[in-house]
Design a protein around this ligand. Sequence first.
Ligand SMILES: Cc1cc2nc3c(=O)[nH]c(=O)nc-3n(C[C@H](O)[C@H](O)[C@H](O)COP(=O)(O)O)c2cc1C
Length: 190
Amino acid sequence: MDFYQVIHSRRAIRQYRPDPVPREVLQRILDAANWAPSGMNRQQWYFIVVSGEKKRQLGESYARIAETYTARWDDAERRKQFVEFARDYGGAPVVIVALTDASDEPGTRKMNLESVSAAFENLLLAACAEGLGSCWMTGPLQDEASIRRILDIAPDKELVAVTPIGYPAISPPPPPRLDPDLKTKITWLE
Ligand SMILES: Cc1cc2nc3c(=O)[nH]c(=O)nc-3n(C[C@H](O)[C@H](O)[C@H](O)COP(=O)(O)O)c2cc1C
């Protein structure tokens, strides 16, 4: 796939096939993340690649969030579907958790978050180029205490995002751009 094709075809995937993802493919997409730009070249990103029992536990944590989140939905079937989606991360065989260095200094914290976000986007694009689906998620972090406990994350690391990784079971249409001509997005000064 050509570079711009990858950019345009990456979608948030919420339904996966159970097929395992080879370790070397995961290594390649994590290597792409590791080549992102970073504040002060600190390369302040860390990834936990979770499958098996620990992934099951992460799913239980996310399902509890989903139960609370959907408690007021009238449509019981929709509620059930969302909770089931959360419980196994849409059937993805792998979940990747992205972390950065924690900091109490606002400027450093911002720089660290920006750096890991750049790396995470690299990871998502590389996943797409490999034919894998992903979905940048922050919802699961609402139960940060459980994630820290399950994955034994040290207090000097900040949790930033989570993504399921696996081969997509669906191909959602692209959400239209709010401003496709970039009229409100760009200011040209000449
Ligand atoms: C910071 C951030 C947080 C997100 N959190 C969630 C989330 O918790 N759950 C989810 O299903 N999708 C989440 N998404 C995915 C967005 O919903 C998705 O990117 C958006 O709807 C556009 O769709 P696309 O990625 O297919 O272009 C998040 C995306 C970003 C960038």
